[in-house]
Design a protein around this ligand. Structure first.
Ligand SMILES: O=C(O)C(=O)Cc1ccccc1
Length: 312
């Protein structure tokens, strides 16, 4: 904890982001040192430099899918470890300065994921709407309240709109009303969070180039050990056209024999495999494990092989 008595956390800020709401769900975070960062990359760099103990960043949205800024920043550079996840239900409002009517709104600032989730509402209520990208929903609202940025409205949380004294021109404007975002708490390499039986393991798997069937072989490592995947996305490495890595969430903990065995198989196919952590699922859902992929089955198989190698 950097010698201080309280832990320190960076997060995608400023105050009032959905990411801060996720951080405040972490036990003790309300009394911790909380350091807002203007990008996901800088929140993670604060962990790498040792300026903070851990960072909270968004990773996945039930409507829009993976958060590329997070998937990419965590995949390269000094190794990081996900130690926890939080789920936050997301509600958006259209906020404006007092005196602005909905008919006057054209330029709307917000985070890319918020914009993507309110597309239908905006199309139906704002004529010739123009998207102004912002680093977060709260940054858009803050700049709007300060009269900066040259936009007419912001899409943000009802809480932030209220705190900044902004008028709400549209309530609950998300196209899917029960949208949820998953956030991850990311620390440096260290002891693994304990296995709970309802865990998730996150991996970065570089796709070997000029290797026919590589993706099939990668997927087969999970399938053959009965390991379910809850997310798989391909992202370009940025090195050259056609060079990709897969960002994967698998059910289970690396201390589960079937997951450990799958990781060993993956490493043989893709030696640049990066282990990003095993941590408890926020929804506490445990996977169904067939008998032949249970820890007991793996132990029995190891013992059986041992008898052969020992000449027994
Ligand atoms: O901009 C924010 O408030 C964030 O925390 C990022 C985000 C944006 C939209 C949905 C979920 C998270």
């Amino acid at each position: 904890m950097n010698g201080a008595d309280v832990p320190s956390y960076s997060y995608l800020g400023p105050e009032g982001t959905f990411t801060e709401a996720a951080l405040l769900k972490v036990p003790g975070a309300g009394h911790a040192r909380r350091v807002p960062a203007s990008t996901v990359g800088s929140a993670l760099d604060a962990v790498r430099s040792g300026a903070v103990d851990a960072a909270m960043v968004p990773i996945e949205n039930s409507v829009e899918g993976g958060v590329s800024a997070t998937l990419d920043s965590i995949a390269v550079g000094d190794p990081l470890r996900i130690v926890r996840e939080e789920l936050v239900p997301i509600t958006f409002v259209l906020a404006a300065r007092a005196g602005t009517a909905l008919a006057d709104v054209r330029r709307i600032a917000t985070h890319g994921h918020a914009w993507a989730q309110c597309r239908a509402w905006v199309d139906g209520h704002v004529r010739d709407a123009e998207y102004v990208p912002s680093s977060s929903t709260a940054a858009a609202a803050r700049d709007l309240a300060a009269g900066e940025g040259g936009f007419d409205a912001a899409i943000c949380s009802p809480l932030v709109a209220g705190r900044l004294g902004l008028a709400v021109l549209g309530e609950d404007i998300g196209d899917i009303s029960d949208a949820v975002t998953r956030f991850i708490l990311v620390g440096g390499p260290g002891a693994l969070p304990p296995r709970t039986g309802a865990d998730r393991t996150t991996l970065v798997i570089p796709l070997p180039v000029d290797h026919p069937g590589a993706l099939m072989q990668i997927l087969d490592q999970f399938a053959a050990r009965g390991v379910n995947l809850s997310r798989i996305e391909s992202r370009p490495t940025g090195q050259f056209l056609g060079d990709y890595f897969f960002s994967v969430d698998a059910d289970g903990h690396v201390e589960d024999a079937r997951v450990a065995d799958a990781l060993k198989g993956l490493h043989r196919i893709s030696p640049g495999l990066r282990f990003l952590g095993s941590y408890a699922r926020a929804d506490r859902r445990s996977p169904a494990v067939e008998r032949h992929t249970s820890d007991d089955a793996f132990t029995a198989a190891d013992e059986w092989l041992g008898t052969i190698l020992d000449g027994r």
